[in-house]
Ligand binder design. Structure first.
Ligand SMILES: N[C@@H](CCC(=O)N[C@@H](CS)C(=O)NCC(=O)O)C(=O)O
Length: 238
């Protein structure tokens, strides 16, 4: 029998992981109900790409949430997107890119560059690293993330510009969801896991972020978060 072990960064505030990519993989596994062992890693350094999540599947290690999901879909013959039309499949890829290649970086900026979030970050994202290693690693991690933000380009913008960029993305998500329960109708797909994993990591966490009120302003994204959480994370519904 296939043995799957999933390695993810720590969870807080009712979320199994404070990493959107780890949470996406977890949500996918819940939607398609693949049995697995989950292990919390204090840092992403154990992964084959130096990033979390990663998995071992029958002794082989694989990194990158999207590549992992593609592999698991084949190995376990499951597909939460099986009922999507051709048009919806195209939209699913564009939403994934919006979330992971753009809006994610606005979240990274809020977590790592707002001084009021530094203490929260040290006790959550870095919270499972034992002291005094954490004290040594924290400034190094901050420099490295700031460098990534500059390389991506999000870190070159002013706070007001980042807020405006995030506002367009969040509004686009709200417009795409419209009156539906999930992004492609009544049934959840991988897109719902992807959107949930980032928005929950903005809205249901203690980090200060102007994106919280942007999400609230849409009227339909908070009910979407609640709907997904009730369906797949009932244990953390208060
Ligand atoms: N494309 C990757 C991105 C994973 C990723 O960026 N993970 C973050 C945590 S949210 C990470 O491990 N960052 C550590 C680093 O970049 O040093 C995926 O989908 O898994």
């Amino acid at each position: 029998m296939t043995h799957l072990t999933v390695y993810h960064l720590p969870g807080r505030w009712g979320l199994p992981s404070v990493s959107p990519f780890c949470l996406k993989l977890d949500a996918f596994l819940r939607i398609v109900e693949i049995p697995h062992e989950a292990i919390t890693a204090a840092t992403p350094f154990g992964g084959p790409k130096g990033k979390a999540p990663w998995i071992t599947l029958d002794g082989e290690t694989h990194g990158d949430s999207s590549l992992i999901i593609e592999r698991l879909k084949t190995v376990y013959s499951v597909d939460p997107d099986r009922y999507l039309s051709r048009n919806a499949r195209g939209t699913a890829v564009t939403i994934e890119r919006l979330i992971e290649e753009n809006l994610y970086w606005a979240m990274v900026f809020d977590r790592w560059c707002r001084p009021e979030n530094w203490g929260i970050l040290k006790n959550s994202i870095l919270g499972d690293i034992p002291q005094p290693v954490r004290a040594l690693l924290a400034p190094f991690a901050k420099r490295s993330v700031k460098k990534q933000l500059m390389g991506h380009g999000m870190g070159l913008h002013s706070e007001a510009e980042i807020r405006a960029i995030a506002k367009r993305d969040i509004q686009a998500l709200s417009d795409l969801l419209a009156e539906q329960s999930y992004f492609f109708g009544d049934l959840p797909s991988l897109t719902d896991a992807t959107v949930y994993s980032l928005l929950a990591n903005i809205y249901h966490v203690e980090f200060n972020s102007p994106m919280k009120s942007l999400i609230e302003d849409t009227q339909n994204l908070v009910p979407f978060l609640t709907r997904f959480k009730c369906a797949y994370y009932p244990e953390s519904v208060e």
